[in-house]
Design a protein around this ligand. Structure first.
Ligand SMILES: Nc1ncnc2c1ncn2[C@@H]1O[C@H](COP(=O)(O)OP(=O)(O)O)[C@@H](O)[C@H]1O
Ligand SMILES: Cc1ncc(COP(=O)(O)O)c(N)n1
Length: 273
């Protein structure tokens, strides 16, 4: 761990905002802070969103996204970056040009937990053609993996097929049907290798809005600290997300699927975890 007074590594989030504070840039920046990194952020879209759904999406113009990227990249030593909602094929291509080949975690956000579409078929195509081939690792959930490939299938096959594009892939999953919801399985595939199951305990909770953003942000922070060990960073990101789900499991926030905890453990009064 980096001592508190040492200069932290910089991690960049390129994402949309969630006015409810569960997903998007808010999830990324709080996760970066919790994991001892300095978070920079480039905003791609402003969403009017709460725990029940997305009411409105206002895309940030491409020139403004490019200017934000320039401002960060010309001034700060970005150790790792992650993408969330990019919202348009042209922003996907811009990010591929500026950040491809680096320590880049791509969470291909296409559909929100509430079901709202945050990226259409053209955005999915741009991920496959431009961004995944130059990413270090992609973290789609099973639905996003199927949308990227244009076909359904077991998550282990989807992970391996996406890894053939040239990056490591973690296909994330909620509670498993075959263990009556006792476990969750994420599938890790490295290019040219069969996917490996990463099984962990599942929590019974409806407060899971923002889990995908939290997992991928934690993975980027892990790579910023230790770029050499992807598998360890994936395991630590999973443990971080599970701990956050555990802290928020009894919260009563909002009328829909509540936020996964973005509090840091030492600020949560009365619960030492
Ligand atoms: N109920 C749960 N209990 C434990 N872990 C979970 C639960 N739901 C999701 N996760 C974990 O959270 C991480 C993010 O996954 P996921 O929920 O699939 O993301 P997304 O928000 O993109 O759908 C994964 O590691 C997944 O296994
Ligand atoms: C701005 C923004 N970015 C990402 C997500 C996906 O997060 P989730 O899958 O938890 O809804 C979202 N809902 N909103």
């Amino acid at each position: 761990m980096t001592p508190a007074h040492a200069t932290p590594p910089v991690v960049l989030s390129i994402a949309g905002t969630d006015s409810g504070g569960a997903a998007g840039a808010a999830a990324d920046l709080t996760t970066f802070a919790a994991l001892g990194t300095h978070g920079a952020c480039v905003i791609t879209a402003v969403t009017a969103q709460d725990t029940t759904g997305v009411r409105d999406v206002h895309p940030v113009p491409l020139a403004s996204v490019a200017a934000q990227l320039d401002a960060v990249l010309e001034d700060l030593p970005v150790a790792a970056a992650k993408t969330g909602m990019l919202g348009s094929a042209e922003v996907v291509r811009l990010v591929a040009e500026r950040l491809g080949g680096g320590r880049l975690v791509v969470d291909p956000v296409l559909v929100a937990t509430s079901g709202a579409v945050l990226g259409g078929a053209d955005v999915a195509r741009a991920y496959v053609e431009h961004l995944l081939p130059v990413a270090a690792v992609a973290t789609p959930n099973a639905d996003e993996a199927a949308a990227l490939l244009g076909r359904d299938g077991p998550p282990c096959d989807l992970a391996a097929a996406l890894a053939d594009l040239g990056c490591a892939v973690v296909v994330t999953g909620g509670p498993d049907a075959d263990t009556a919801g006792e476990t969750c399985t994420d599938w890790l595939a490295l290019p040219g290798r069969a996917a490996r199951a990463l099984r962990h305990p599942a929590l019974a909770t409806t407060n899971d809005h923002g889990t995908g953003c939290t997992f991928s942000a934690a993975l980027a922070a892990g790579l910023a600290h230790d770029p050499g060990d992807l598998e360890a960073a994936v395991a630590r990101a999973g443990a971080h997300t599970l701990a956050a789900l555990h802290r928020s499991r009894h919260w009563q926030l909002g009328r829909g699927r509540g936020p996964v905890a973005h509090t840091t453990p030492d600020q949560t009064q009365g619960d030492p975890r």
